[in-house]
Design a protein around this ligand. Structure first.
Ligand SMILES: [Cu+2]
Length: 224
């Protein structure tokens, strides 16, 4: 083979390998790289209801994830254990009753608009009290599904709280805040959900690492 031929082959191989790697990256982003969690569905097929119980933690810990110090969402699986999955398979046109236990402190919002819960059936309750708007320096995280118009700010654990949770899984006997809310899934689709608080400590502007990795501060709703 001529030297020019060898060079072309080398470049073509490099481009092919880069293309394959980019393909895996995009597939991981679109599909998600944590196993999908399918909660138990209650009620009739005409009006299904799902209870989703979630916790947010300042550090996911060494037993649950490859990045133990990353901030994360976890979901309580059907056998009651905390699982690191942020991809939830939910029925279409269903009522989703969500409880989020937040064990993390305040981070604060770039956009104060995200302090106002939207897109819900009824109010967001914080520790049992209806929330109108959360001050912008308060939220630890948000649970937001932009395509469904859903946005829920999560109230923080106080800086001086006792018995705070170091890393997940966190127990309900430790300091936490409780958010409850209801939303509707609408029609079938693949909906992104994410946090909008720049909560990724140690990353540029707080938006790297766990904020841009499915399985930590981002996920999908597979509405089927
Ligand atoms: Cu967050």
């Amino acid at each position: 083979m001529s030297r020019t031929g060898a060079k072309i082959l080398g470049v073509a191989t490099g481009v092919a390998v880069a293309g394959i790697l980019i393909g895996f990256y995009i597939a991981g982003y679109l599909v998600g790289n944590t196993p999908a969690f399918r909660p138990t569905v209650q009620g009739s097929s005409a009006s299904p209801t799902v209870h989703l119980t979630i916790e947010t933690v300042a550090a996911v810990g060494p037993t649950l994830a490859p990045h133990p110090d990353w901030v994360s969402y976890l979901v309580r699986n059907n056998s009651g254990r905390w699982e690191r999955s942020t991809v939830f398979t939910l029925p279409a046109h269903a009522t989703i009753r969500v409880t989020i236990y937040n064990f993390d402190g305040a981070s604060g919002l770039r956009n104060p608009l995200f302090g106002r819960p939207t897109g819900l059936v009824g109010p967001e309750l914080v520790d049992g009290k209806p929330l109108v708007v959360m001050p912008p320096d308060q939220p630890s995280h948000t649970f937001a599904v932009p395509a469904l118009g859903v946005l829920v700010p999560l109230a923080p654990v106080a800086d001086n709280a006792k018995n705070t949770c170091g890393y997940a899984p966190c127990l309900l006997s430790m300091a936490h805040r409780t958010m409850t809310f209801v939303f509707r899934t609408g029609k079938k689709g693949h909906y992104r959900w994410q946090c909008f608080v720049p909560c990724a400590a140690g990353f540029m502007y707080g938006f790297g690492g766990p904020m841009q990795t499915i399985g930590y501060m981002d996920g999908f709703l597979n509405v089927v």
